[in-house]
Design a protein around this ligand. Structure first.
Ligand SMILES: Cc1ncc(COP(=O)(O)O)c(C=O)c1O
Length: 448
């Protein structure tokens, strides 16, 4: 057998990679990848992760209050989930279930269908990430309405985030991510302000929309929670105007808001629902969408259209196993209940900090364990040093001084966001709350 290093002396095997020291890793990654985004994100190099604890290569310990932007519902390297995936690895099964029958994929489809609002979204397709799942939803509503010539458009909300593929970024409501990509489907999308019931009625009553896409809580948009009136009006009018209601639960699903799916807070059954992030347990890329069978079949239920949204890794057994195991862990350990309890502690603490340091925090909002803290603009004269609002300096201080992994909302940078693993121990949460209070005091003193 040839040795790969005879042909490529600098080929790194898995054993080589596991044994890289910090400097080697950084040198190689900087040369061969887009490391600017890493550097702009704090340039961390974590080598170990366990529940809400991260360890850097230099041995420094961090507390994880971001959970890889909401992925780690079950905590980093959840032992139970890992063991279930291992069983499938050990079975040496045929891994590719995209266009064949597959026992592990079948179990995943059935399990997730049962958890959906009203148990009604029973046709499931797998994807490898949130944006790909949203592409599937966009194509689903277009193909399902293909013979309805009056319906040509999609309705969405300003500041929505649905991912960064060409279609998903068009349905999303942030022009930053649409820039430099002429030829997107933007001319087919209308964006209305989130929670604006009058705008919603005005648009949906035209009857021209194939679907209304909305997040029950806008995550990247700044943790904006849907009002009952907005979501319920959307459901009613979508039904009346034959418009599909697509709930994007990529960030809000899997127990994050205190219910398995955030739609369940509103007793809303959408026609289509996307999922990602928490469903994989953070192990193997997994996402997808569920639809009511009649909606799914109207789109993908003919020989002509059955192949209109396929991907090589749909039905991947290891990914499906991670989904089965994460769902089982979420249900058996009542993670939605934990999200409610721990989320209330964080929420109340944020409110108390707001009152304690007047003029720094404008608003605190959220549901379960997705909580946003909106900051006031920086004191005039200090913008050059600290940025347009106090979120930037507060986040820097909070993160660097106390080694807590966090991130603001991407589409609304004045909003600092809590997205801890739902399994995070109370002592870590309490440490983070105390540290956050100190960070707000720090900017309060600067603002004096
Ligand atoms: C609501 C929502 N939809 C879609 C996406 C895109 O998911 P991904 O980053 O896996 O493509 C995200 C990612 O943050 C999201 O929050």
């Amino acid at each position: 057998m040839a040795n790969v290093k005879d042909k490529y002396p600098e080929f790194y095997t898995v054993d080589d990679a596991i044994n890289f020291d910090e400097a080697t890793c950084k040198m190689i990654q900087e040369k061969y990848s887009n490391t600017l985004k890493v550097q702009l994100s704090g340039a961390h190099y974590f080598v170990k992760a366990e529940n809400a604890h991260l360890t850097e290569a230099n041995g420094k310990q961090w507390i994880d209050m971001l959970g890889a932007v909401g992925v780690m519902s079950v905590g980093n390297n959840n032992e139970f989930v890992w063991k279930q995936i291992e069983k499938v690895f050990n079975a040496r099964c045929y891994n590719m279930g995209a266009v064949s029958y597959h026992n592990i994929a079948a179990a995943f489809y059935s399990n997730i269908a049962r958890t959906t609002p009203g148990g009604a979204l029973t046709k499931v397709q797998m994807a490898t990430g949130g944006a790909e799942a949203l592409e599937g939803c966009i194509k689903l509503v277009k193909i399902a309405h293909r013979n309805n010539k009056n319906k040509t458009k999609i309705l969405s909300t300003i500041n929505a985030f649905h991912g960064k593929t060409a279609g998903a970024v068009s349905v999303g409501g942030k022009d930053t991510w649409q820039a430099y990509q002429g030829g997107l489907i933007l001319d087919q999308v209308t964006h209305i302000p989130y929670n604006d019931v009058a705008a919603l009625k005005k648009e949906l009553e035209t009857g021209q929309y194939q679907a209304f896409f909305m997040e029950p809580v806008q995550g990247e948009g700044g943790v904006n929670v849907a009002s009952e009136e907005f979501f319920k009006t959307a459901r009613d009018l979508c039904t009346k105007t034959n418009t599909y209601l697509v709930a994007d639960e990529v960030q809000t699903g899997c127990g994050r808001t205190g219910k398995m799916w955030a739609c369940q807070w509103f007793d809303i059954i959408p026609d289509v629902m996307s999922f990602a992030k928490g469903i994989s347990g953070g192990f193997i890329p997994l996402a997808g969408y569920c639809a009511k069978p009649e909606v799914h079949d109207a789109a993908y239920g003919t020989p002509e259209t059955a192949f209109h949204h396929t991907a090589t890794y749909q039905g991947c057994a290891y990914a499906a196993a991670s989904g089965i195991a994460a769902l089982q862990f979420i249900i058996e350990n009542d993670l939605p209940g934990m999200a409610n309890e721990k989320g209330k502690v964080i929420f109340d603490a944020m409110k108390a900090t707001k009152e304690k340091y007047p003029g720094i925090i404008k608003d605190v909002r959220g549901k379960g364990m997705i909580i946003g803290v909106e900051f006031e603009p920086t004191k005039p004269g200090l913008e050059d040093k600290y940025g347009a609002n106090w979120a930037t300096e507060c986040e820097r201080f909070f993160s660097e001084e106390f080694r807590i992994q966090v991130m603001h909302s991407f589409n609304n940078q004045k909003v600092f966001r809590w997205l801890p693993p739902l399994t995070a121990p109370m002592e870590d949460i309490e440490y983070a709350i105390k540290s956050f209070d100190a960070a707000v005091k720090h900017v309060y003193d600067l603002a004096k």
